[in-house]
Design a protein around this ligand. Sequence first.
Ligand code: 6CS
Ligand code: FE
Length: 306
Amino acid sequence: MNLAINDLYSSRTDRTSAIIARRDPVVYGGGTYASALESDQVAAYERDGFLMLENVFNSDEVQELLDEVRRMSADPAITSMEEAITEPGSDEVRSIFRVHELSQMLGRLACDPRLIHVARQLLGSEVYMHQSRANMKPGFKGKEFYWHSDFETWHVEDGMPGMRALSCSVLLTDNNACNGPLMLVPGSHQQFISCQGVTPDEHYKKSLKKQEYGVPDPVSLRLLAEQGGIQAMTAKAGSVVFFECNTMHGSNGNISPWPRANVFMVYNSMENTLEAPRYGLTPRPEHIATRKQFTPLVPLEDEVTA
Ligand code: 6CS
Ligand code: FE
C-alpha cells in the first residue's frame, strides 16, 4: 500500500513497532483563537499533553448529569442499541457512544462554553464532535482500558489526518486511586508509537471491549513512562481533564465498590475532518466516528433563541 509511504504516522503495517517524532503543533494558532485558558495553562497543556481543571461543574450540575447517564444505562431502548457496549464477560454497561445526540442534556454539555472554548482555543479553529461517550466503569466489574493513543486508532481506523483533536473527560463521580482513574503519560504526545499487527475489519466490535490491535509495544511504553512518569487523574466529580489526541493513556479495572462514571467529548478541528480509513478498511459506524457531516458546534451562549 503506498498510502503508508507518504503517511507521517503509519501504523499497523506489516512492519515492526517504531517511535516516530510528532510533526504537528500541539497548540494551534498560538492559543489565541479563544480566551478560556490563561497562558500558563496553555503552556502546561502544550508541555504535558493534558490539563486538569477542578471545580468546573458544581454539585447540582454533576448530580443531574450523573442521573442522566445512569438513566440511559438502565434504559432498554438505549442498552439494546449498537451505541451501548457491555463489559467483557458481563451485561454491565461499559460505554454508551453518541451520548450528545441520544440525550438533550448531554447535547447541551457538548456545547457548554466551559468545554468548547477550551477546545477552540487549543485547536485554533471551530470544532465539531468526532465522538462522544459515557464510560461507566461500574464498581467490581469495570474492566481496564489498556494503554493507547486515541490518535493512533482514529488515524488508522477513521482516517483522521493529523493530530488536531482533543478529548475532554468530565468526571461525574470522584475518581480516586481505587476506582480506575485515567492515567496519562506526560510528554508522550510528542512521540507517535507505530503499532504492530494488521487491523481486522470491524475491529471496533471487539476493541471497544478490549483492544488487541493498536496496542503499543512494551519497550516503547517503558521508554515513554521512564521519560515522563505516569500521572493518575484523581479528582473530585465536576473536574474536567482535557487531553491531546496522541497522549498515551489507559486505566485500570475497577474492583472497588465505587463506580467511576466519566463523560468524554472528543472535539476535532474543522480543519482536520476525516478522510478514508487507512488500508482500505471499512469506515467505522457514525456513532463511533462522525463522518457524514462535519458541523461546527455552536457554543451555547451564542445560540440565537427564537
Ligand atoms: O476506538 C476508539 O475510538 C476509542 N477507543 C479507546 C480505547 N479510547 C478512545 C476511543 O473511544
Ligand atoms: Fe482512549
